[in-house]
Design a protein around this ligand. Structure first.
Ligand code: 13P
Ligand code: SF4
Length: 331
């Protein structure tokens, strides 16, 4: 058996093609050659490592990436992000090949909503409309009425008639923030993101006391005590725009640190301080899943067109409906 055949056999176990590559390889050159030959588009989230963001055809937040995936003419989509993002792209493009450099790049928030438990919860509240954050599996999307992202969640909740009861899943932090913003009394699923729950409010407030000219900005997946002290709360693209347009010279940024790469490029004159986490000995503000993708894995998946994301056809049809409703409401 050749090395490639062996690596292909182990792809489910490893999540990626484990093949040795020459030390002299120029990933940028090779990836550029391959994407042209194969008419592939590389979509990357702001939390990806810097080199991946720099080589991507498009870098965006979850909403912009889904919108881009819905419109692409490419034959192959390489999704440099996490599984639910690539899965959403596949649901929108069932006939296209959607590659994910590492199939094990999951999401703690998506994992906090197991489909069987959620189906039982939904059954207990038959009059409720289900709004789910895009950070969910295809199974949860199939149980959902409208999908949302942090960019459009408020607009989507506000589009629902006031007398309609709502279940919001899976992020309780984003859900509580939306309850405050919209005044809607929603039933919340008890899920959360481990990266956004790792921030230390005490350390952030100490940092703020030392830097009174800074503004605290946070992603809505962060806990309530942090959102309360934040000057601005928004999605990754919202945070980028806020820093660009604010007159403040300094920002304490409470979201995954990968965002600082694009923020520095777009706002080179601003001072950006990553928000500190509770545990000094861990890189908790790095999303372990997002960082599973590397330039080597990106190159190998484009070269061998593996691993790719698959979604059962019937499930895909059901999951497409609430995604399309979101895209329609986000125009
Ligand atoms: P955005 O939609 O704001 O990019 O957020 C995605 C995400 O996973 C945040 O943790
Ligand atoms: Fe999921 Fe949190 Fe990582 Fe975003 S940062 S992909 S919500 S684990």
């Amino acid at each position: 058996m050749t090395t490639i055949e062996k690596a292909k056999e182990k792809i489910q176990e490893n999540g990626f093609l484990d093949i040795e590559v020459s030390e002299k390889i120029d990933y940028v050159e090779e990836i550029n050659k391959l994407r042209k030959e194969k008419n592939a588009v590389i979509l990357a989230h702001y939390y990806q490592e810097d080199a991946i963001q720099d080589i991507a055809d498009f870098v965006g937040d979850s909403l912009a990436l889904a919108q881009k995936a819905a419109k692409t003419n490419a034959d192959i989509i390489v999704f440099a992000g996490v599984h639910f993002m690539a899965e959403t792209a596949k649901i929108l493009n069932p006939t296209k090949k959607v590659l994910l450099p590492d199939l094990k790049a999951g999401c703690s928030l998506a994992d906090s909503c197991p489909p069987a438990d959620f189906a039982a919860f939904k059954k207990q509240h038959p009059n409720h409309l289900v709004v789910s954050y895009v950070n969910t599996s295809a199974e949860i999307k199939a149980l959902t009425d409208i999908v949302c992202t942090s960019s459009n969640a408020e607009k989507i909740i506000n589009s629902i008639p006031k007398d309609q009861p709502i279940i919001f899943a899976p992020d309780k932090n984003l859900g509580s923030w939306l309850i405050k913003k919209t005044g809607r009394d929603m039933l919340l699923w008890d899920g959360a993101c481990m990266v956004h729950e790792a921030f230390s409010i005490e350390k952030i407030l100490n940092l703020y006391a030392e830097n009174p000219d800074a503004e605290i900005i946070a992603h809505p997946e962060s806990q309530d005590h942090l959102l309360k002290v934040a000057k601005y709360v928004g999605s990754t693209s919202g945070l980028l725009n806020y820093v660009k347009n604010s007159d403040a010279p300094k920002f304490i940024v409470a979201t995954e640190v990968g965002i600082l790469h694009k923020m520095r490029q777009e706002s080179p004159d601003k001072i950006l301080i990553p928000a500190p986490v509770d545990d000094d000995n861990c890189n908790c503000s790095e999303c372990f899943y997002m960082k599973m993708n590397t330039m080597k894995k990106l190159y190998l998946c484009l070269k061998y067109e593996l691993p790719f994301v698959e979604v059962d056809a019937e499930l895909s049809k059901k999951a497409l409906i609430p995604i399309e409703r979101m895209l329609e409401l986000s125009k």
